[in-house]
Design a protein around this ligand. Structure first.
Ligand SMILES: CC(C)(COP(=O)(O)OP(=O)(O)OC[C@H]1O[C@@H](n2cnc3c(N)ncnc32)[C@H](O)[C@@H]1OP(=O)(O)O)[C@@H](O)C(=O)NCCC(=O)NCCS
Length: 301
């Protein structure tokens, strides 16, 4: 489709394969599939969930929220539901919001989902972006726990000055989607890759160091780092800065590419199922995305 090569993509990004859903598949169906798996693992029933948070930049509709669509599809009749717009950092923002609500006592069983159908906003004529993005979903159930385990600390930050480094110009109220069609590049993700790269390296490091500091921990205490999977070089440089050897970093970018808000929960779920996460392990998660936004969480499993 574009002038590129397998070699360029692998060496510059670490991506080998990606998943692309069928045009007729709904992003909410991926969210539901991930939520079902999380609920099975947590032995939770739909009526137990009292808050649904979905991080996504690719909801099925602009109105209502994707969280309300998932609520309908899953019959979660006792839940409040809302979306989080924080791009690739969205799942960790969701974890932080869930943590605060649980601590406040307002909600007791919160479903946090990261789900993206990025193929619907990827311009397959633009080699700066079309080799990077994939579709996917991941989910977690957050609930109160006893003792020292659980979310130890979270970190969230944004810098709204950089809108145009990574954005989808069209589809909002400024450029309503109806006025454009699929041949107009404004309906797709646009990105300044090298500028984003520089910010990402700084942000992933800052988020990781700050969240560890507020939990009273250091890089050497981390059993496993689960980073946002956007570019292997960004991950390597973050791990180096935080003092975590690459053997302790969970990687699946080769198989999924960048799935935005789905990236961290997809990797966390895989790490868990592959036996890489054990009770009392210290798990560090960190992400950055358009906004710009950057977030991290540290969990004693
Ligand atoms: C996009 C990214 C892989 C590009 O890698 P890079 O090493 O920074 O490359 P640059 O953007 O500096 O471009 C270098 C050259 O490769 C070219 N190039 C870009 N995409 C290419 C592709 N798919 N295939 C071949 N060449 C490509 C550029 O046109 C440029 O050519 P030029 O020197 O003739 O102008 C990298 O910048 C990146 O990963 N950035 C972060 C993106 C990201 O994480 N976004 C999501 C945030 S959640």
């Amino acid at each position: 489709m574009v002038e590129t090569s397998d070699e360029w993509i692998k060496t510059r990004t670490g991506i080998v394969e990606r998943r692309v859903s069928k045009p007729e598949d709904e992003a909410s169906d991926m969210a539901v599939a991930a939520a079902r798996q999380a609920m099975d693992m947590a032995h939770a029933a739909p009526e137990d969930i009292d808050l649904i948070l979905i991080a996504t930049v690719t909801p099925d509709y602009r109105l209502p929220s994707q969280a309300c669509i998932v609520q309908k599809k899953m019959g979660m009749k006792n839940a409040a539901a809302m979306d989080i717009a924080a791009a690739c950092a969205g799942f960790l923002n969701g974890l932080s919001i869930a943590d605060a609500y649980i601590k406040s006592g307002q909600f007791r069983k919160i479903l946090v989902i990261g789900a993206e159908k990025l193929s619907s906003v990827t311009d397959y004529r633009d080699r700066n972006t079309c080799v990077l993005f994939g579709d996917g979903a991941g989910a977690a159930i957050i609930e109160p726990t006893e003792g020292e385990r659980g979310i130890l600390s979270t970190f969230l930050k944004s810098d709204g000055r950089y809108t145009e480094l990574l954005w989808i110009p069209d589809g909002g109220s400024k450029y309503p989607y109806q006025s454009l069609n699929g041949s107009d590049p404004r309906v797709y993700i646009k990105m300044n890759g090298s500028e984003i790269f520089k910010h990402a390296v700084r942000m992933m490091g800052e988020a990781s160091l700050k969240v560890l500091e507020s939990a009273g921990l250091k890089g050497e205490d981390v059993t496993l780092m689960v980073p946002h999977q956007a570019n292997i070089r960004i991950i390597e440089s973050t791990a180096r800065r935080v003092g975590i050897p690459m053997e302790k970093v969970y990687l699946n970018i080769a198989y999924y590419g960048n799935t935005s808000a789905a990236s961290v929960p997809l990797a966390l779920n895989e790490a868990l199922r592959n036996g890489k996460v054990k009770e009392n392990d210290i798990i560090l998660m960190a992400a950055f995305g358009g906004g710009l936004t950057w977030s991290a969480a540290v969990v004693r499993w």
